[in-house]
Design a protein around this ligand. Structure first.
Ligand code: ADP
Length: 266
């Protein structure tokens, strides 16, 4: 902990002295440090693809100018790098939007069965491409108060991760359950689980997974097109819905991401 020290000389008719006061800087400093780290991270994440783009532009202007094969290949790489920057900016905007928001006003009943169903429908081609089995059985009465777009983002990120990091012969199972009185939320809840049979995550990493830009394997994440912001966004949205995110994993067996949300009671 650190302090800022203020010193003042004070003189009145009757007394004279030095006034010393201490201000605890810890909290303010921590917040400032977090902001600096965040800006440094964002800059680094943007600079990596930008450096690649600049390099290829230079090569295309010079040595590769008339080499059609090289031109095709380099344009392909440039497109990948530009797409990476686009994803990063999109995720940064999502994050800043959900961070700036107050708690979601619980007016709208969001049918989680429908939301997850449409995410599964959208991600089925990606799953098929990587030979992943994707299983979801919806259910009746699985409404949660909240924002449908945001909850859709939660399940898109979780299921996409389960596909991306699940490796070969992966089986993803998504379940929805109702808890009349959930032990965590102490109220009726809807519990959604996204489970994979992938390589799993070392327990050491689990507490840090929802930090912005935290990755277990930076190289693999980049290769998979990850921004390192996906789970930070998930955590924020779930919190805004007064819910909880639980992560558990057994290396060699798979991972489970559990979203617990208050249940909509009409
Ligand atoms: P990224 O953009 O890197 O995917 P996320 O915030 O979504 O960022 O995830 C953070 C990290 O958590 C990932 O880089 C990956 O290492 C790990 N991870 C997330 N989901 C899974 C999963 N289902 N199985 C194994 N590792 C995972």
């Amino acid at each position: 902990s650190s302090f800022e020290v203020h010193v003042a000389y004070v003189e009145t008719d009757s007394t004279r002295g030095v006034l010393v006061s201490f201000e605890d800087m810890t909290e303010r400093e921590q917040a400032a440090q977090m902001r600096r780290d965040f800006v440094a991270n964002v800059s680094h994440e943007l600079r990596t693809p930008l450096t690649a783009l600049m390099g290829f532009i230079e090569t295309l202007q010079g040595p590769a100018r008339r080499d059609e094969k090289a031109i095709d290949r380099f344009l392909g790489i440039m497109q990948t790098e530009a797409a990476r920057m686009e994803r990063l900016v999109r995720d940064l905007l999502s994050l800043s939007r959900v961070e700036g928001e107050e708690r979601v006003r619980p007016r709208e009943a969001v049918d989680l069965s429908e939301v997850i169903g449409s995410v599964v429908y959208m991600l089925r081609p990606l799953a098929r491409e990587s030979g992943t089995e994707l299983i979801f059985e919806g259910g009746e009465g699985m409404q949660a108060p909240g924002n449908a777009d945001q909850l859709q983002q939660v399940f898109t990120n979780l299921i996409e991760n389960a596909i991306k990091y699940g490796g070969a012969e992966n089986r993803i199972t998504i379940t929805l359950d109702r808890h009349p009185k959930d032990a965590t939320l102490r109220m009726p809840a809807v519990v959604a689980r996204v489970r994979d049979t992938g390589p799993g995550i070392d327990p050491l990493h689990i507490p840090r997974l929802t930090e912005r830009f935290y990755r277990v394997d930076t190289h693999r994440s980049r290769e998979m097109g990850g921004t390192g912001l996906g789970l930070a966004i998930v955590k924020h949205i779930v919190n805004r819905h007064r819910g909880r995110l639980r992560i558990s994993s057994t290396p060699g067996e798979g991972s489970e991401f559990t979203v617990i949300l208050p249940r909509w009671i009409a």
